[in-house]
Ligand binder design. Sequence first.
Ligand code: PLP
Length: 397
Amino acid sequence: MTKTTTRTLRPRTLSVRAGTARTGFSETSEAIFMNSGFVYATAEEAEQSFDGTLDRMVYSRFKNPTVAMFEDRLAAIEGAEACRATASGMAAVHAAILCQLKAGDRVVAPRALFGSCTWIINDLLPRFGVLPVFVDGTDLDQWRAALAQPTAVVFLETPSNPTLEIIDLSAVAELAHKAGAKVVVDNVFATPILQSPLHLGADVVVYSATKHIDGQGRCLGGAILGSAEFCNDVLGPYLRHTGPALSPFNAWTLLKGLETLDLRIERHCANALKVATFLESRPEIARVLYPGLTSHPQHDLAKRQMTGFGGIVAFALKGGKDAAYTLLNGLDVIDISNNLGDAKSLACHPWTTTHQRLSPEAKQAQGITEGLIRLSVGLEDADDLIDDLALALEKVL
Ligand SMILES: *Cc1c(COP(=O)(O)O)cnc(C)c1O
């Protein structure tokens, strides 16, 4: 297979071309290698492939040509030394955290996290003797206090799901490194287009590629990016032996998703700002949370560490759960769905869906109220989305 040279190209070009490894058939689009294993010409070649003297693929749980193209392209866009793909975003979060930990370690994280991330840190880790410590992610004093002791891992999302809190990545990374911790950032809401955590001091970035990277509701996938040393020596063995491998078909779907990611994110951001501005003008709505609005409490910080504000908007209806349900049930174009980052606009009620399993107190501590709706603004015409919301809002008393 022959590879395109990508070293000096710009991100938009890398999104389309990086990682491409053509076969002898000289195909335009990347090939799908839907194989689990590989064959050897001789028993000696098999032996050398396993003892490492021969650098070649031996099994798709370890490495596969289509998966490798996805990994190489995403690493090039992110500006990371290395990338490892996984079967889902949660597989990526799980492996990125667990591969670094042992009993007795401490993990510090903000309270505002995706529900399954909270479960891993709060419920799973303590079973193996790892101590979780939670802070208010927007309060640097709480980070400072929590990181005054030696810590193994800091895990955070910014912007957070669903309340779009922004965490100061450089400040937290500096505190974390003083405590000896590696900083793992779930960059799903920002995408590699809008925020580069590795350039702001983070050590590892994880994605649910299911979200914007596919962006068209077709498949699950995940990715972990960091230094070559981390990916090869710390994460590599963990993935190889626990096996959360990405399907080559899904890798191909995600690879094609990367080609249009930059274009789609531009439209997601423009649409989300229009929709958020409209929602802010409505009397039925108590509060709109979107980092691109000057009313967002961390708008200035968002402007500093992001190049755009993303496609997710959250808003709280004054009428609580009844009003939220009336609005959701009154939508015609926008679908009710817990997915996000899709071409189609999707809305959900976090209190009763994505964050249902949390106690009412835990929800409130994250700013999730009964009237809160999370809206993933899609690629439709923004005016049709605004009309749809306006018609549904008319039904809300
Ligand atoms: C969706 C999501 C995940 C999990 O990804 P899956 O691909 O669904 O496993 C993790 N973190 C965040 C912030 C998410 O939005």
